[in-house]
Design a binder for this molecule. Structure first.
Ligand code: NI
Length: 168
């Protein structure tokens, strides 16, 4: 697994994850069959890692690996709705992005126009000097919501994309 963030400066750390989660990965660095874990290399922008360490330190985590496993588990559980491809679903996509990332503003607008039938409403808030918050209300087929969500989330400059989706 390779995670890339928008910053140009990275810290490298090593994390250990449950083997079940990454048994299909083609980029495993090493597998320890005895302990049923996979060791992978992940890069982080230093400030993200600093924030993460501060939070898990306060929570009392003894190792980064356990905290990262829990974070990934939460991410997976929050996105389980994507499996219900054919059901009609509704909810909101909440996105934070850096509007100064070259071309991003128009890419995001283009993507939303492409999925116009899915989007009921969009609210844009200028959060800070660089950051914008966009709340996109959606209703439609699960697979189409997932397509839009993935398209937005994976663009460079998009820092957070949180989905709150329910089946109706
Ligand atoms: Ni803005």
């Amino acid at each position: 697994m390779c995670i890339t963030f928008s910053s140009n400066t990275f810290c490298e750390i090593r994390v250990t994850l449950n083997i079940k989660a990454f048994r299909h990965s083609t980029q495993l660095l090493s597998v320890n069959n005895m302990s049923k874990v996979v060791r992978i290399g992940v890069t982080f922008p230093p400030e993200l890692l600093q924030d993460f360490d501060e939070i898990i330190g306060r929570m009392g985590y003894e190792s980064r690996s356990k905290a990262i496993q829990d974070a990934v588990r939460l991410y997976v559980s929050e996105r389980k709705w994507v499996k219900e491809e054919n059901a009609t679903q509704t909810g909101v996509l909440l996105m934070v992005y850096d509007h100064e990332t070259r071309g991003l503003d128009s890419e995001l607008t283009e993507s939303q126009h492409h999925h116009a039938a899915l989007i009921s409403s969009t609210m844009h808030i200028h959060l800070a000097e660089h950051d914008c918050l966009e709340v996109i209300a959606v209703k439609g087929k699960g697979s189409e919501i997932r397509e839009l969500s993935d398209d937005l989330a994976t663009r460079r400059g998009v820092k957070i994309l949180k989905s709150m989706i329910v089946s109706v």
